[in-house]
Design a protein. Structure first.
Length: 235
């Protein structure tokens, strides 16, 4: 997602929050726009008819070391933003560890292709701006489902827009190189989700509800670093 699209996503999230007329009666109070979200979910399922076979082809053809290297490379770029968010959340130790990971993997790991830092005991973290907003006390807001980027709360939609704006891949000036990086990363991420597809399809009577509830539960856990308060009524 480039900076212009990030702005559009943010605007769309704001509009969806205000358009109470689009809401339908929902089983989950966190999903007041279920009608809109199910429509977007259907769009995403339609897009995946094309995307999933590409991901399967990549997963089949690409050797395991190549896929690992690609994942490590983009993971190393993500560690930069993770470090920043850890500092914003007041987790200085984790932030310094993330900085160490970037320095080690960028140098000894040959641009991040090899995850040397993990072998040296530097734990990999996953922090984004949506989690930072949650740490700052910003309410999650209504649940939303977007084509391509998938499920988000309103807060996480805003966070995603900021994450995308800060993404170093989108700062690459050479358009063919930038587009290639975006495409490879997208396919690699989709391929990494292939094992979960069968689980969701077999376990879910309603795939939309299954994904929504799993997302909300997982995000709550991430924001609390796995220690969700017992008094949390949504636990």
């Amino acid at each position: 997602m480039n900076k212009q699209i990030a702005k559009r996503v943010l605007a769309a999230a704001f509009a969806a929050t205000l358009l109470g007329g689009c809401a339908t009666t929902a089983n989950n109070p966190k999903d007041p726009y279920e009608g809109f979200n199910r429509a977007m979910f259907a769009v995403n399922e339609g897009l995946d008819v094309v995307i999933k076979p590409v991901a399967k082809g990549y997963d089949t053809v690409a050797p395991a070391p190549v896929k690992t290297g690609i994942g490590n490379f983009f993971g190393n770029l993500q560690d930069i933003w993770t470090a920043f968010n850890n500092f914003l959340q007041g987790k200085g130790g984790s932030g310094l560890s993330d900085v160490g990971r970037v320095l080690i993997n960028t140098t000894l790991g040959i641009g991040g292709v090899f995850d040397v830092a993990s072998e040296m005991g530097f734990e990999k973290h996953a922090e984004d701006f949506g989690q930072t907003l949650g740490k700052w006390g910003v309410a999650d807001g209504p649940y939303l489902y977007w084509p391509l980027i998938g499920p988000r709360t309103t807060r996480d939609t805003v966070g995603f827009a900021i994450d995308s704006y800060a993404d170093p891949v989108w700062t690459v000036d050479h358009v063919p190189t930038r587009n290639s990086l975006v495409g490879v990363r997208f396919v690699d991420v989709r391929a990494s989700l292939l094992p979960s597809d069968k689980v969701v399809e077999e376990a879910a009577f309603d795939k939309y509800v299954y994904i929504r509830d799993a997302y909300l539960q997982n995000r709550r856990s991430e924001i609390h670093d796995g220690n969700v308060p017992k008094e949390d009524p949504d636990e």
